[in-house]
Design a binder for this molecule. Structure first.
Ligand SMILES: NC(=O)c1ccc[n+]([C@@H]2O[C@H](COP(=O)([O-])OP(=O)(O)OC[C@H]3O[C@@H](n4cnc5c(N)ncnc54)[C@H](OP(=O)(O)O)[C@@H]3O)[C@@H](O)[C@H]2O)c1
Length: 271
């Protein structure tokens, strides 16, 4: 397989566009090698034109020409799409299929593709659009190291990539894929606190976002436990411990953790 394989992106919605933007704008993936397919191409035409990629309704043609196919439709659309491609013979050349559909198992993908189709399950998130994404990959049976590497090279330019056993994928979805929405609510709440204490909203939002980025980077770059880093900021009888007491009164830990638990349960039922 070539360094930049001919790529079909099926479903050019939020995630299809986020991944495509990251590939073309941030990693220099040749736009001419990408054919995106959507049921409403007219609505997405301006975005496709800005990226320089081809966009059409022709899934069969795009897949027949592709070495790698990225499945970016909603979980409930996947069965019809894969069955249609199989019947049309579009998968006869056995391209590498990479599905990002939440809750859709490798077993399901095996059942709806021709025998021997190499399959990888991936769970990216929307920050992939600005190269700050997190993608977890789980390889299907028989996928070679070279094929997994090919899937990895699609997502590596978009942020971090991790390989995990498929049994973790629902939890990955609840934490890493739903997580940006949770963080936006937390960021908004932090900014509201600043506004309540007199900061202009734009200032409060910028402070909240940069502070969050800095704190997350400290965890990733030092490898230290968040609790140890928290203890270092917490002066006895100071303002930080006073604020932490209020957060603990509101059961912040269990509320956030249970949010991830609930998202994981729902993700498991999506397929
Ligand atoms: N959103 C996230 O943060 C996130 C993160 C990780 C993974 N995912 C997964 O990514 C997948 C896509 O999610 P999304 O949020 O990007 O959904 P989305 O915005 O609805 O995009 C899906 C696009 O595919 C189109 N489509 C439907 N059937 C199709 C078909 N047969 N052929 C081609 N295109 C078709 C849809 O059109 P219609 O709108 O007309 O149906 C829509 O434009 C889902 O499986 C989801 O589980 C999402």
């Amino acid at each position: 397989m070539t360094q930049h394989p001919q790529l079909a992106i099926l479903g050019f919605g939020t995630m299809g566009q986020a991944i495509c933007s990251g590939l073309v704008e941030a990693s220099g993936y040749p736009a001419g090698l990408i054919h995106a397919v959507d049921v409403h191409p007219a609505a997405m035409k301006p975005r496709a034109e800005a990226l320089g990629i081809r966009l059409s309704k022709e899934a069969d043609g795009a897949v027949k020409a592709a070495e790698v196919v990225l499945l970016c439709v909603k979980p409930k659309e996947l069965k019809g799409l894969l069955d249609g491609l199989t019947v049309a013979g579009a998968l006869d050349h056995r391209p590498l299929l990479v599905s990002i559909a939440a809750g859709v198992t490798l077993d399901f993908l095996v059942a709806h593709t021709p025998a021997g189709t190499p399959l990888v399950r991936a769970m990216p998130n929307t920050p992939c659009a600005i190269r700050r994404g997190m993608t977890v990959l789980a390889a299907g049976q028989g996928v070679t190291e070279a094929q997994l590497a090919q899937a990895r090279t699609l997502f590596e330019p978009l942020g971090r990539v991790m390989d995990l056993d498929e049994k973790h994928m629902d939890a990955v979805t609840g934490l890493s894929a739903s997580g940006p929405a949770f963080m936006f609510v937390i960021l908004e709440s932090l900014a509201e606190g600043g506004v309540q204490c007199g900061l202009p909203r734009a200032v409060a939002t910028e402070l909240a976002a940069q502070m969050t980025l800095g704190a997350a980077s400290m965890v990733l770059e030092t490898g230290r436990h968040p609790a140890a880093l928290k203890d270092e900021v917490t002066t006895p009888a100071g303002c930080t411990i006073a604020g932490l007491m209020v957060l603990e009164d509101g059961r912040i830990r269990s509320v956030v953790a249970r949010g991830i638990e609930r998202a994981t349960q729902v993700a498991a039922g999506l397929g």
